[in-house]
Design a protein. Structure first.
Length: 320
């Protein structure tokens, strides 16, 4: 008696996308290349594992295996600090899927964060999409589909899935946001003497230091939890890339929370029709978006936050 298939994420069970995929698998009409996109990589990976399980663990297979430990399921991940998928790693994956399956009747390759392919890797992979190996399904996962080559996107069947993970609030973050709003309140009241200026500057640098501590601790905890769920051995380069990816995802969420806290702080004054607060809020949000954009160019998050807070000090204390 065969084991029950790996479950879909509970929030996705019965959705049209899942129904289409299950029907295509049942009819053996599933596309050879699927681009699986959404806002949460963990959700995308759960979807990929559910698909792989249904393709690999069939009555015709000689033995069942969980997808991430299946001899005919291969993974390609970003590596090292730059978190790129290299040409060599891509060629290695292609070599594996060119060989006949060993346990199942077909093979599956899961490409994690496929938007991290460097240009050489992307062009090598494109040739594989143009001439896909027999009895092979390629599952490309990304939260940034438009960072992919248009020619890669056009050769895949595209499915988008919403995130299903629970909200995660790092230890100390709620207190940080409260202190940030208190700091903004003091700025908006006016900074008129040297002591007040010094207190505001020291307050900004205190927030920067605490932000770094919250991010480091949260990254460590999130990586510890994710590592405990892994059933395959990763190289040191792959582990480093995953941990950096966790940090990048967390810092994006924390900066989004800062934007929300800034808007929340200004709401009361805005309702009273304070035009100077309206201008300060608009300028502060523009400044934050600028610094978040610099993060995508590998600017250090502490430097970006420092730049934003010092800019905020000038914006919120400006009169007229």
């Amino acid at each position: 008696m065969s084991a029950a298939p790996a479950p879909w994420p509970s929030a996705l069970t019965g959705t049209p996308a899942v129904a289409v995929i299950e029907r295509a698998i049942e009819r053996q009409r599933l596309s050879h290349s699927l681009l699986i996109t959404g806002d949460d990589h963990d959700t995308l990976l759960a979807v990929a594992h559910a698909i792989a399980d249904r393709l690999l663990n069939t009555p015709q297979s000689s033995a069942p295996f969980p997808p991430d430990a299946h001899p005919d399921c291969f993974a390609l991940r970003p590596e090292k600090k730059m978190r790129q998928i290299s040409a060599d790693s891509t060629r290695e994956l292609i070599g594996k899927v060119q060989v006949s399956a060993t346990v199942a009747t077909r093979k599956v390759a899961i490409i994690h964060e496929c938007d991290r392919m460097n240009p050489s890797a992307a062009n090598i992979f494109l040739k594989t999409l143009e001439e896909p190996p027999a009895n092979t399904t390629l599952l490309l996962l990304t939260t940034r589909p438009y960072a992919l080559l248009t020619t890669i996107r056009s050769r895949c069947l595209n499915f988008r899935f919403p995130g299903t993970g629970a909200a995660f609030t790092p230890d100390g973050w709620s207190a940080w946001l409260a202190d940030y709003q208190t700091w903004l309140g003091k700025l908006a009241e006016g900074v008129s003497d040297k002591k007040a200026v010094a207190d505001s500057v020291f307050g900004a640098y205190g927030l920067v230091a605490r932000f770094a501590a919250v991010l480091d601790f949260a990254t460590g905890e999130a990586w510890k939890l994710q590592k405990a769920t892994l059933t395959v051995e990763l190289t040191d380069d792959e582990e480093e890339a995953i941990e950096i990816g966790i940090a990048n995802g967390l810092r994006s969420r924390l900066f989004a929370d800062i934007e929300h806290a800034t808007r929340t702080f200004a709401l009361t004054t805005l309702r009273q029709g304070d035009e100077s607060t309206r201008r300060a809020l608009t300028a502060a949000i523009d400044k934050l978006e600028h610094d978040v954009g610099l993060l995508r160019l590998n600017l250090n998050e502490s430097a970006a936050l420092e730049d934003f807070l010092l800019g905020s000090l000038r914006l919120w204390t400006r009169k007229g």
